[in-house]
Design a protein around this ligand. Structure first.
Ligand code: SAM
Length: 242
């Protein structure tokens, strides 16, 4: 114990490990990639719907996952509260709006509509995916423009009672790509989650973004999310709240 304290103090005083600092991100990536591999090993057999292993990703497969969830959890005709984080031009939002026919269902889409608020990995820059607010011809749908970090707390305060109602299942669609956005949203939604609610991730297997946010959320909040479906080698994954 004393030797560890001594060495730690010494390494803070003489920071020789700075030599390794260019590799900090790589170490973190490897650490979370390994956690992802372990997560897949532990969970792949639990899936009720999965295409694992598939050699190539096919983005259109995510609608097969949505269809599975709609059929399995009878989402076509029951009232749902659908919350989508990351709407862009509205493609997945419209899919869910069309898939559910209940007149009391409500659909909320959150986005800056001005693109990503920060770079996402090496290929997407701040401002990419800017789309403007999509148009809708269904009065059950509403878009909330702005950073989640600015809009979500007020929204939850205003809709606290409605969101707490047990007769409407919540379907939460995490499609903001970024760690920061995903971690923030999950932490804010935690008090509103009920058994049977559904959480979809659109880029689950990105180690330092949605996967890291998911791991921290489930560990830090002691919440159990059961994975039920996945496509594209766990890129898109659907969970049910236990
Ligand atoms: C991949 S796109 C969403 C795609 C959409 N769900 C679809 O399938 O068509 C990601 C979106 O997340 C939004 N976004 C990311 N972080 C955000 C944040 N912190 N606040 C608001 N919007 C955010 C971006 O503006 C972007 O439009």
């Amino acid at each position: 114990m004393k030797i560890i304290q001594f060495l730690k103090g010494l390494l803070l005083f003489i920071p020789v490990t700075l030599i390794l600092s260019p590799l900090t991100k790589a170490f973190l990536f490897i650490s979370y990639f390994n956690r992802l591999v372990l997560w897949v090993i532990r969970n792949k057999k639990k899936m009720l719907f999965s295409d694992f292993y598939t050699p190539f990703r096919n983005y259109s497969k995510r609608s097969q996952l949505y269809e599975f969830m709609v059929d399995r959890y009878l989402l076509a005709n029951e009232p749902v509260t659908y919350l989508e984080f990351g709407v862009a031009a509205g493609s997945s939002f419209r899919w869910w709006l069309n898939a559910n026919k209940h007149t009391e269902s409500l659909f909320y889409g959150f986005d800056t509509f001005e693109g990503l608020p920060e770079d996402w990995g090496p290929f997407y820059s701040k401002g990419d995916m800017s789309s403007g607010i999509p148009t809708l011809d269904d009065s059950r749908g509403t878009f909330i423009k702005g950073l989640f970090q600015d809009t979500l707390v007020g929204f939850l305060d205003k809709n606290r009672e409605a969101l707490g109602e047990a007769n409407s299942r919540k379907v939460i669609h995490m499609d903001a790509d970024l760690y920061s956005a995903t971690a923030f949203v999950l932490s804010q939604l935690y008090p509103f989650l009920s058994k049977g609610d559904i959480i979809l991730f659109d880029e689950f297997s990105v180690p330092l973004h949605e996967f890291k946010a998911f791991q921290e959320f489930t560990n830090n909040f002691y919440i159990q999310l059961t994975p039920v479906g996945a496509v594209n080698n766990f890129y898109q994954v659907a969970f049910v709240v236990d």
